[in-house]
Structures are given as C-alpha cells and as structure tokens.
Ligand binder design. Structure first.
Ligand code: FAD
Length: 482
C-alpha cells in the first residue's frame, strides 16, 4: 500500500525557479493550489504584472490530496444555507457552484487541458430511514432552483440505499494534471511563477505591500492570499472564523461498470468516487482537535468502509467555516483572501479566482457579498464560536500533555538537545530522522503520523515530512534539526 495521494504518484510539475531578486508587481498571488493556479490563469489576459509564488511545488498542497470531484451536490448544503441565511443566499451559492463548473469546463476546452475530465452523476444518499426527510428537502430545494433531480434507490455501482437523489452535469478530474497545465498555459511576459518561494512576512506601505521571502522583497499593489490557512492572518482572527477538518482517503481497484460520485448524509461520512476501475473512498472526518491519533483514525476508516486492502491511503484536511460559506474577497485595502471551502475547493477555488479578479479590476461581482470574509455574525457563527474556541484550546493543551504518547511504542522517541525538545524517528533501515518537536507556527507539540510518516500539528494543520520540511499548512518554517 502506498501512503501518498494517488494524484501525486509519479507526477511531477515542471520546475519553476525560486525568486532570486527583488521585484515589483501589480498583483502577487501567494499559494499555488487550485485557488492560486486558477487566479493566475484569470489574470493572464489583463495588462497587469502578476507573480504567483509557491513555497513548495505547484499543486502539491491540499488540492492534490482531495477526492477530485467537481460537483454542486455537496451533502445538504443548500438546506443548511437556507436555514442559516435564507433561500436567496442558498440560491446564490448554488449559482456560484454551477458557474464554477461552467468556467472550469470552458477553460479545459479552450486550453485543451488533458486532466482526465469526466462527466458523471453525483448522488446524495442515506442508509438510515430517519434521514429520508433530509434527502427529500435537499432534492425539493434543488428542484425549486430549476435543477433536474432524480430520485434513486440504488447507486450507479448497484448498491441499494434507503433513499437518495442524483444530479447530472458534475465532473471528476485529475487535480494535479489540471493545476500543472493551467499554470503552464498562463505564463506570459507579465505573468511569472516562482516555486520554493516562501513569503514569511507581509508589510503594508500605504496602499501597497512589501512581501518578504528570506532573501528578497516583492513590492505589490494587490496581494491575494490563496494559501489555504493563512499564517499572516492572526490579526484577522482566522481561528475564530473556521476550524480544520481532517479525513482519510483510500483507493482500491473496482470493476463495477459505471463511473459516478456519491456522498451520504449521515455520520460516519462515506464519500465515493468511481472512475477508471478505481474506487476512492473518503471517511473518518473529524475536527482536527480530535484527530491526533492517526492509527485510531485509520482503524476507524477500515471499519467504516469495511475494506482493509487499499492500494493507496492518505489524509487531507480543509477549512470549515461556521456558516458554511467560503471566505473570498477583501480583508483589508488591496489585500484579498480566498479560502474556507468546507471540503468543496475545486468549484469554490474556481469561483474565487473569478471573484478576486473582478474585485482587483474594480468590477462588481454578484457573489462578493455572500462570500465577504468580513461578513459579520449570523446564526451559524454564534452557535459555533464557543465550540471552536473550545476545540482550539483543547488541541493546544492536549498537544502539550500528550507529547510522549504511549502509542508510539518508543519510535519515535523524545528527548532534549541543547535545551530544545527534539524527536527521533528510526526508519526501517535504522536511519535516524531528527526534528524539533514544536510547530514553528504557534508552538504546539507535533504528533507523529505513523501511517504517512509525517509530523502533524494538531492545532492548525501544519505538516512536516520525516526530515522536518514543511509540506502543508500555515507554518512558514521547517522543523529540521540542525
Ligand atoms: C478529504 C478531503 C476530500 C476533498 N475532496 C474534494 C473534492 O472531491 N472536491 C472538491 O471540490 N474539494 C475537495 N476537498 C477540498 C479541497 O481539497 C480544498 O478545499 C482545496 O484543495 C483548497 O485549495 P487551496 O488552493 O485553498 O489550498 P492548497 O491546495 O493547499 O494550496 C495552498 C498553497 O499555498 C502554499 N503556501 C502556503 N503558505 C505559503 C506561503 N507563505 N508562501 C508561499 N506559498 C504558500 C502551499 O504550499 C499550497 O501549495 C477535499 C478536502 C478534503 C479534506
């Protein structure tokens, strides 16, 4: 079994140079995931000078760890939005997802991008008769939006369910192939990409910004933060706007005939994606604060899915906002944010790219109000604030108490060198890998993920490889022992 995302297996991006000089740009896009790559594309035909900077390699963050569906059927999101806001907001979100699907299809066709795009049915189902009313409500709401909705009792794989609905015009794709290609197609004299370029500080100077790497400065009139969990946003209270949810994904060979996408409405989550003889399953979703024991999570994953012989098994996490709407738009003068996709970043990352381009160009956009990251309190937020505060404090304290967790069985082991906490992991060859055991972001103690051989931060999701290089998350520094 491979413990890497199937999308990252044997696929490497073209290498782009790192930034080696100071530069001036009109727009700086920080973060080359689905949001940053699409945003880079959107600015291609403007006269603006644009730089996309990525601290690792293009596309290797959360976007190439997902289940790679492009769908507007997202559990019962429309019912939830109608309850938290009103029917109008719910309808507008639906329109945004439909528009995103149209935009990505147009781009793929226009740019002739080979990314295994496939049109499939998406299903929402239940195996619990107590949840039939939820399915019915979501179906009725979608029908009232003008969507064609079918009632189903069987998934396209032939599995019977208690109740379900299905919609068409939804898609599957290969996210890393898409991101690599779209960036390649966006490079012009005015549009430049820099990899291995980590922005560690942003400083406002009047209406512009100085953005610092370790060695250089980028002067930018506009900055777009497409970096998933923004490190710089402590003043904007990110931890109070959303929490992080972690899940496991497994891929196994499947010979059932039809390709499809499906998700259930109950707990535990079971999300299915069948394409080209491969069945991808997502399950065992938890608030990151309660997801630090990866071995237990994987055992639960096997139990939930009733399968134990996966060919690939990996984890991913995403930001969940309290009102279930993404955070897209200005957070300050000339500073824009695009994140908080509630595990639906393929469509939301695309619509975000369209919105931020309009905002930078001074155009109106019909979604700017509902996605405004500065939107104020609503029912969804008020109820969830205390829960989130508790989970943030809980994860910090439990990381401190449990840092020598008994389930490690002595490997890795923890000790002190030069007064600093370090952790030593011995691999199968007996080679020792030594790291500092503190997340550089907010100093939470890290947890060793034995399945994927990574060091994971239980507080805000930073992840480091076995030798301490930061591969995901808000941390701007590595934990490599020097
Ligand atoms: C289990 C699971 C399954 C999912 N399945 C789906 C699905 O089927 N369909 C769907 O639509 N969505 C899905 N999602 C959600 C989706 O994966 C995310 O919403 C999306 O990938 C987020 O994209 P992003 O561009 O914001 O972040 P990322 O892809 O993480 O990109 C951010 C980039 O910013 C870079 N970066 C960070 N800090 C800096 C810095 N200081 N300087 C320079 N670069 C920086 C990072 O290295 C990274 O490459 C799923 C999520 C999970 C958890």
């Amino acid at each position: 079994m491979k413990n890497i995302p199937v999308w990252q297996d044997n696929l490497k991006s073209k290498n782009y140079p790192s930034l080696k000089e100071n530069i001036d740009v009109d727009v700086l896009i920080i973060g080359g995931g689905i949001t940053g790559c699409n945003t880079f594309y959107q600015f291609k035909d403007t006269n603006l000078k644009v730089a996309l900077v990525e601290k690792n390699k293009i596309g290797m963050g959360c976007s190439s760890r997902s289940s790679a569906k492009i769908t507007f059927l997202q559990e019962n999101i429309y019912t939830k939005l109608k309850n938290t806001f009103d029917r109008g907001a719910s309808f507008l979100y639906y329109k945004s997802q439909k528009e995103a699907i149209r935009v990505i299809n147009d781009i793929i066709k226009k740019e002739n991008i080979d990314c295994d795009l496939k049109k499939v049915k998406s299903c929402l189902y239940t195996i619990d008769s107590n949840n039939i009313y939820k399915i019915k409500k979501e179906g009725e709401l979608l029908k009232s939006f003008g969507e064609k909705v079918e009632n189903i009792k069987t998934l396209p794989s032939g599995v019977e369910v208690v109740d379900g609905i299905s919609v068409s015009d939804t898609f599957l794709f290969h996210p890393l192939k898409y991101m690599i290609e779209i960036v390649k197609k966006s490079i012009t004299d005015n549009n430049k990409v820099y990899e291995d370029t980590n922005i560690i500080k942003i400083e406002r100077v009047g209406n512009s910004f100085k953005c610092y790497t370790k060695t250089n400065i980028i002067n930018a009139k506009y900055v777009i933060l497409s970096l998933h969990y923004p490190y710089f946003l402590i003043p904007y209270l990110m931890p109070l706007k959303c929490y992080i949810e972690k899940s496991y994904l497994g891929l196994i060979e499947s010979k059932t005939k039809d390709d499809f996408s499906a998700i259930n409405i109950e707990k535990p989550l079971i999300s299915l994606r069948k394409s080209d003889n491969q069945l991808l399953i997502v399950s065992e979703s938890r608030n990151l604060a309660f997801a630090s024991n990866n071995s237990v999570m994987v055992d639960n994953f096997y139990n939930n899915t009733n399968i134990s012989n996966y060919d690939y098994l990996w984890s991913n996490h995403d930001l969940i906002t309290f009102d279930r709407l993404p955070l897209i738009g200005f957070i300050d003068d000339n500073l824009l944010l695009a994140t908080g996709y509630n595990t639906w970043g393929n469509s939301n990352g695309i619509i975000a790219s369209v919105i931020v381009k309009d905002l930078v160009l001074g155009k109106d956009n019909k979604y700017k109000k509902i996605f405004d990251p500065r939107r104020c309190f609503n029912k969804g937020k008020i109820i969830n604030y205390p829960i989130n505060l508790f989970s943030n404090i809980y994860s910090f304290i439990s990381s401190k108490i449990n840092k020598n967790k008994s389930y490690y069985d002595g490997n890795p082991y923890f000790t002190k060198k030069d007064g600093k906490n370090i952790a030593i992991y011995k691999d199968d060859d007996g080679t020792e890998h030594i790291v500092y055991n503190k997340c550089p972001h907010l100093k939470c103690s890290l947890v060793f993920n034995k399945i994927e051989k990574t060091w994971d931060c239980p507080c805000h999701g930073s992840r480091f490889d076995i030798d301490g290089k930061c591969i995901i998350g808000p941390s701007n520094y590595d934990i490599t022992y020097k």
